[in-house]
Design a binder for this molecule. Structure first.
Ligand code: AKB
Length: 318
């Protein structure tokens, strides 16, 4: 029997992953935690608590008291926000991971951990198209530096202490349940809200900025698939490339116009443009496909349809 701790359950990934995990492992076995209140559907369907991953003493007590066997540590400061307070972002992103890794070494019941890395580990010197699993990683953002250092720590703990820490380099994630906060790929979520609300969007990236993206349902399924794969299949001890689909702001705007014909987009690139320019445009995720059967179902057409419907429904309920 597994008892699962989700850290960051109020966030963009956590709010959807928690519900998916509860369907598999049972509501009472998935503990949703965050430093802020979790969404109502998570509160209503299982245990939840306020928990700060930076508080290592409370964290370890929580894990022991609830006999936790797996941890999903999703809390992080994203790329855009991290550039505003670099040292604070570094401290939060690194120390929170180190708290989890150290705890996993000490508490024997915890036999598997998931920690998200990002395409931000790549930088301007990385091949931009079909970026390989193993390639140059010279990130130019503090977020990317923290994710790359995190990957090295994961690999170190996996090999040095024979732990089972698993990770995905997420591309930009697109969802309507919980809005992302402070990322460079966030435009691809905001655009749907503004399309439904105002029929226009001011984009902080240039029209031809291609980035790898993934619909949340695909990301949640990939995460669970990775975590359920037999340990002997996991050849990458740092973090797996996961690509999804790639598109530019112009391409997604054109797709939205097929549903909202008078939708308009304006471009006003800001400090996030150089961040996006430093990242890959498409990702080779063949290692993840081979090792644990990564699959993605949503293309730009389907994603646009589901996002517009989801955002409209959300506004109706408000
Ligand atoms: C961000 O834009 O910071 C994140 C990421 C790609 O990791 N969505």
């Amino acid at each position: 029997m597994e008892n699962i701790l989700v850290i960051g359950a109020a966030g963009q990934i956590g709010s959807e992953l928690t519900i998916a995990l509860r369907k598999i492992y049972g509501n009472e076995h998935v503990f949703a935690t965050d430093i802020k209140d979790v969404p109502q559907d998570i509160k209503d369907t299982g245990p939840s608590a306020i928990l700060d991953v930076m508080d290592d003493k409370r964290l370890i007590h929580f894990v022991i008291r609830h006999k936790i066997t797996q941890i999903y540590h999703l809390a992080a400061v994203l790329s855009g926000n991290a550039e505003k307070l670099p040292l604070q972002a570094w401290h939060i992103n690194m120390q929170s991971l180190l708290n989890i890794l150290d705890l996993t070494k000490v508490v024997e019941d915890v036999h598997r951990v998931f920690w998200p890395s990002s395409i931000a580990v790549f930088g301007p010197t990385t091949p931009k198209q079909n970026t390989p699993q193993l390639t140059i990683t010279e990130p130019s953002t503090v977020y990317g530096i923290s994710k790359l250092a995190g990957e090295r720590w994961c690999e170190y703990f996996n090999t040095r202490y024979n732990l089972d820490i698993r990770s995905i380099r997420y591309p930009g994630l697109i969802s309507y349940k919980t809005e992302a906060g402070g990322g460079t790929t966030d435009y691809a979520v905001e655009i749907f809200y503004d399309a439904v609300r105002k029929k226009q969007y001011e984009c902080f990236l240039k029209e031809d900025t291609a980035l790898p993206m993934m619909f949340m349902q695909d990301a949640v399924e990939a995460t669970i698939k990775l975590m359920q794969a037999p340990k002997e299949n996991i050849s990458v001890k740092s973090s797996y490339n996961v690509g999804g689909i790639s598109f530019t702001p112009k391409q997604i705007a054109d797709e939205i116009k097929k549903h909202i014909s008078d939708f308009e987009i304006f471009y006003k690139p800001d400090f996030r443009q150089p961040i996006a320019d430093s990242w890959p445009q498409s990702i080779d995720d063949s290692v993840a496909q081979k090792d644990w059967g990564l699959e993605t179902k949503f293309d730009i057409k389907e994603l646009t349809q589901v996002m517009l419907n989801g955002v409209r429904e959300k506004f109706k309920k408000q």
